[in-house]
Design a protein around this ligand. Structure first.
Ligand SMILES: NC(=O)c1ccc[n+]([C@@H]2O[C@H](COP(=O)([O-])OP(=O)(O)OC[C@H]3O[C@@H](n4cnc5c(N)ncnc54)[C@H](O)[C@@H]3O)[C@@H](O)[C@H]2O)c1
Length: 273
């Protein structure tokens, strides 16, 4: 309780999933919450739940992001915490992407077990369109940059603040989603660069790199879920609190010596990031 007393926190993509749970935990710890989501209904519902404010904006749209932070400055006059959480995993033909995630690895395993060469291939990169590539990087990487840039216009003069960026183990390990993995890896580089830059202003910048977490984002995994669980030493997906509590820690004064770091709750899937 009270680890974030009276802090003003903006969480992007907080209308559902991990962001929503971060909002709930931040609220319990005494923060005043601003919920961003591209879906206005989801943002407003969540804002009601945490007695906060809702601002609908697409984080990949720099002018919408600028307006959002101008509103934050007008209404609150300060910003203590920004969580760059908004994201997508699937885009376009979800059915085909799901097939690549589910059927392809299972088929490859069957071919290996049968002693033969692998004849089924994922072939993802040749199928990614310009639009899909730009949209994925636009939401994750550009969105993180746009929101951080605008947040710093408030945090720099106040000489304090905390930014938490949402990476993924996929940014380190890779996976059958080249645009998602590239965006998440980019977020890690951005986190470290920004952490060095703004440390002189008393602003800390860190990242979370979750493993597989039970939210709508991973629903299309279907049967591949069992495969992932079997590869995870803890034999399960994480729940949203597995990410929300580390976010509380990073946002709190307990993490006052932490900057440019990555915390990766992943059930042991990857043992170093
Ligand atoms: N669930 C996982 O296994 C997992 C693992 C690693 C990282 N992550 C990352 O965690 C973050 C949250 O994922 P989640 O699992 O909670 O997903 P989710 O789908 O449950 O929630 C994502 C939220 O972001 C919102 N959103 C999407 N595009 C947006 C945009 N352009 N602007 C503003 N809001 C937008 C959605 O409307 C949704 O409410 C993402 O960055 C994701 O890449 C998730």
């Amino acid at each position: 309780m009270n680890r974030l007393n009276s802090k003003i926190a903006l969480i992007t993509g907080a209308g559902a999933g991990i962001g929503a749970q971060i909002a709930r935990r931040f609220k319990e710890e005494g923060a005043k919450i601003i919920i961003n989501d591209v879906r206005i209904d989801a943002a407003e519902n969540m804002a009601r739940e945490v007695d906060g404010s809702a601002i609908a904006a697409d984080v990949s749209d720099s002018s919408a992001v600028r307006s959002m932070f101008e509103r934050v400055n007008e209404e609150f006059g300060r910003l203590d915490i920004l969580v760059n959480n908004a994201g997508i995993a699937f885009d376009g033909n979800t059915e085909e992407q799901t097939r690549r995630l589910t059927e392809v690895p299972l088929q490859q395993m069957a071919e290996l077990q049968a002693g033969g060469p692998i004849e089924t291939h994922a072939d993802v990169t040749v199928e990614v369109t310009d639009e899909q590539w730009h949209r994925m990087l636009g939401i994750h990487l550009n969105g993180t940059f746009f929101c951080s840039r605008e947040a710093l216009k408030i945090m720099n003069p106040q000489m304090s603040g905390c930014i938490i960026n949402m990476g993924s183990i996929m940014g380190t390990t890779g996976g059958v989603a080249p645009h998602y993995c590239a965006a998440k890896a980019g977020i890690m580089g951005f986190t470290r660069s920004l952490a060095r830059e703004v440390v002189t202003r008393g602003i800390r910048v860190n990242a979370l790199a979750p493993g597989f977490i039970d939210t709508e984002l991973v629903e299309p995994f279907g049967d591949a879920r069992r495969l992932i669980e079997a590869q995870t030493p803890m034999l399960r997906f994480g729940d949203t609190d597995d990410i929300a509590w580390p976010a509380v820690y990073l946002a709190s004064d307990e993490a006052k010596f932490m900057t440019g770091q990555v915390i990766s709750p992943n059930g042991g899937f990857v043992m170093s990031q």
